[in-house]
Design a protein. Structure first.
Length: 129
């Protein structure tokens, strides 16, 4: 199996602005606290993902996101295993999205998994986006 495509929030935002569907796999209480403020977001909590993934269009570019990118990576691989070819995981999740000042509703109160460039940045030591 090939590796999942992973994109930083900056790249993810560009994809969304060009028509990619954002799929948020955070749970309802997380979404109630803070959510992505983009034109089209599909909310499918990770706890319901296996039952509801069929709602995601197979023929559309999809970006999967969660809090810090761990659940969304598992969901990305799940989709790949079910025939989705235009799917990418948003690294660093909504935590990094918020740090970048990208469009949001609400405010993150718990920033678990504090990953940033120093933790998982580019291999060449350059800056991440």
């Amino acid at each position: 199996m090939k590796n999942a495509v992973e994109v930083c929030p900056t790249t993810a935002l560009g994809m969304i602005e060009k028509g990619a569907l954002l799929v948020d796999v955070r749970e309802a209480d997380e979404v109630a606290e803070a959510s992505f403020d983009v034109p089209e977001v599909m909310l499918i909590p990770y706890s319901e993902f296996e039952e509801r993934f069929g709602d995601i269009p197979v023929d559309r570019e999809v970006v999967v996101a969660c809090n810090v990118g761990e659940r969304s990576l598992m969901a990305t691989y799940f989709l790949m295993n079910h025939g989705y070819e235009k799917v990418a995981n948003m690294q660093y999740g909504i935590v990094r999205w918020a740090e970048k000042g990208f469009p949001m509703r609400g405010e993150l109160k718990r920033k678990t998994g504090g990953c940033c460039c120093g933790d998982r940045g580019s291999a060449g030591g350059g800056s991440c986006c």
